[in-house]
Write a protein that binds this ligand. Sequence first.
Ligand code: IMP
Ligand code: MG
Length: 335
Amino acid sequence: MPSTVVVGGFFGDEGKGKIISYLALHDNFSIIVRGGAGPNAGHTVIDGKKIYKIRMLPSGFLNKNSKVMIGPGVVVNPKILLKEIKEFGVSKRAFVDRNCGIIEDVHINQDSKGRLKEKIGSTGSGTGPANAERAMRTLKLAKDIDSLSSYLEDVPNAINEAINSNQNVLVEGTQGTHLSLWHGTYPFVTSKDVTASAICSDVGLGPKRVDEVIVIFKSYVTRVGTGPMDNELTPEETNKKGWAEVGTVTGRTRRAAEFDYELAKRSVMLNSATQIAITKLDVIFPDCSQKTSYDSLNADAKSFIKNIEEKLNVPVTLIGTGPSIHDVIDRRTKV
Ligand code: IMP
Ligand code: MG
């Protein structure tokens, strides 16, 4: 039974929430566990008329049979987490590792002004300052916080035990490869490594226990905040193409560019991708909207996908064709 790790291949906001919730509903994972930075991440999940915005819980929570967990590498804002646990009705199946770092108001204040806010364009969520304090070994941990006591768990042990007994585990990353503290466009990056290896380390999964690594790319590139971006379009060009988006966490307008094969190649290498998911195909090819079979795509869309597979040498197994979690072409059995 496989363990699957899902990460973003560009600068975050590739549509991880949607692909992850699709996988969660179709593959019946016993545990869905989140690695990555912290509540600087925002995932959007659309199920019919319902829109969920998630910052702390794994975005695969829609499958009621799955336990949802947060690994010790993630810094947690208890207020946001407890609100999401209540709002999404998951209190019986949500777990936080006892060693998760805790974001407090002081971190949010530091993150909301000065160099981090103005130069780096941080999300103001306190994630970076909390990680800095963790490196200084002064940060509080989840086990020190009363309000989290009923959710505490040894997450690395839980996921390794599940894999030992042949259960499926889905490991969710946040942000995107080129926002990695090690591999991204430093200093315009987040406060951690966010490649697949780091996400596995965040949750306590060793490198030999990973079966599949799915790297998600959007059909075009977006970036929120500052930092370099090759072939960036002007806001007018972005609007004209229908690529204008706003950030889930910050409400800021996202900058945009065409699909970047060089960035994608590097992501495939850094994450050792075994599969690729492409999202928002319908945004660049409107007549692919809500299609669920590859055969029904038009010739241009097919050649876009084929080109990605040829250039990156990894199969494109999942294709997003609309905002809903059901708008997915799943080619996993056919490749
Ligand atoms: P921080 O992680 O809040 O310190 O922000 C550092 C940089 O990473 C800024 O450019 C943010 O906009 C960006 N960033 C952090 N998290 C995300 C995310 O989940 N999606 C997109 N950009 C992000
Ligand atoms: Mg996002």
